[in-house]
Ligand binder design. Structure first.
Ligand SMILES: Cc1ncc(COP(=O)(O)O)c(C=O)c1O
Length: 356
């Protein structure tokens, strides 16, 4: 399929000087859109000036949340080359999410071409500072006007781009997380392992509460027993107990994070043994009390690796590593960001250049 391209006015295309970049607040001047209709399939792909989208008030997505999304980044390397990080894995996850939500899948090669073309058009908007990047947000949602609960016959696939800085105001500094025992994020058989809006809507109440208490994000426990650690609001979680790095196994209610997978593959290469297993919140608290939990960090595309300096559980706050960044955390952060910015050897061929 050919992508029709309609460029924005030249003055709208000029990138501003990026000073303090927040996360997801500014957008590049172009967007990709493509329609789906049951009898035509995906059709009419376009890159056009960024604009609002017109939706019928009965659009299925607005009522029943039939929607999926992804989040990946393009980095401006130290060598002036632009790299995507694990783009094929993000596209594959978009399709797995789509399948779970009964949304028609998109052709991976074509999706790659759409992202590449869009990023290439807005390439001046990729921040050149290390730590900043171009965040790419593909999303697909149900547009058919129908108040009956059913699978939509029509969809829109949109890709927007946002130059971003650090995800947390703390930057690469320890964040504080709040363990909720009141709310759950996802349960077995639900949609926790895919990226769909409803998961995030359901997490807002607990997140709001955590924010009001001065915590950055919520740490979710399993839905059945409220006993095992699952993940953080938008990150997977790792604990470094004495000499072993561990992360909760994928149970079906945890998002299989691509940064999580990167740590699992990279850690052994850096001499750090790593394991996926069940981790109870009691084990975490006891290890903090005994001094055997040395480090804790979250992983995600937005923050890459985020040290956790404090955990709040059942009315008490526990400091981890005296609230400081740990050695293992720093080593993994440096290595992964090193690959993303073209400074370190890409041992697993995770990056794809915008231009070969
Ligand atoms: C719920 C949740 N867990 C974990 C992650 C981390 O996943 P990734 O490393 O693929 O960005 C994200 C972010 O996408 C998320 O939304």
């Amino acid at each position: 399929m050919e992508i029709e391209i309609n460029l924005a006015e030249p003055e709208k295309r000029k990138a501003p000087q990026f000073e303090e970049l927040a996360f997801g607040k500014i957008f590049t001047p172009h967007m990709f859109v493509m329609k789906y209709e049951a009898d035509k399939g995906w059709h009419s792909p376009k890159i056009q000036p960024l604009s609002h989208i017109e939706l019928h008030p009965a659009a299925i997505v607005l009522h029943y949340a039939q929607t999926v999304f992804e989040g990946l980044k393009a980095y401006y390397g130290v060598d002036g080359k632009i790299r995507f990080f694990r783009i094929w894995d993000h596209i594959a996850r978009l399709n797995r999410s789509a399948d779970r939500l009964c949304i028609p899948q998109v052709e991976p090669e074509f999706t790659f071409k759409a992202i590449k073309t869009l990023v290439s058009i807005d390439r001046d908007w990729i921040p050149k500072k290390k730590g900043a990047a171009l965040y790419i947000r593909p999303l697909i949602f149900a547009t058919q006007a129908n108040l009956g609960l059913k699978v939509s016959c029509e969809y829109l696939f949109v890709i927007i781009l946002s130059p971003v800085g650090a995800y947390y105001k703390e930057g690469f500094n320890p964040v504080k997380i709040y363990v909720t025992t009141e709310y759950i994020r996802a349960c077995p058989g639900g949609t926790g392992e895919v990226k769909t809006g409803g998961n995030y809507a359901a997490s807002l109440k607990a997140q709001d509460l955590a924010h009001k208490m001065g915590y950055t994000q919520v740490l979710w426990l399993d839905a059945k027993e409220q006993k095992y650690v699952e993940e953080v609001g938008s990150m997977n979680i790792f604990f470094y107990f004495e000499s072993e790095l561990v992360t909760p196994s994928l149970t079906g209610s945890i998002l299989p994070g691509i940064t999580r997978d990167s740590v699992l593959k990279l850690a052994p290469k850096l001499g750090i043994p790593v394991k996926e297993r069940k981790i109870s919140i009691d084990e975490v608290i006891e290890s903090i009390e005994k001094g055997t939990l040395k480090e804790c960090f979250g992983t995600g595309t937005a923050a890459v690796i985020s040290p956790v300096g404090e955990i709040h559980y059942k009315g008490r706050s526990y400091l981890i590593n005296e609230g400081k960044i740990g050695e293992i955390t720093k080593m993994l952060f440096d290595y992964i960001t090193g690959i993303q910015y073209g400074e370190k050897e890409d041992l697993f061929n995770w990056t794809v250049l915008l231009e070969d």
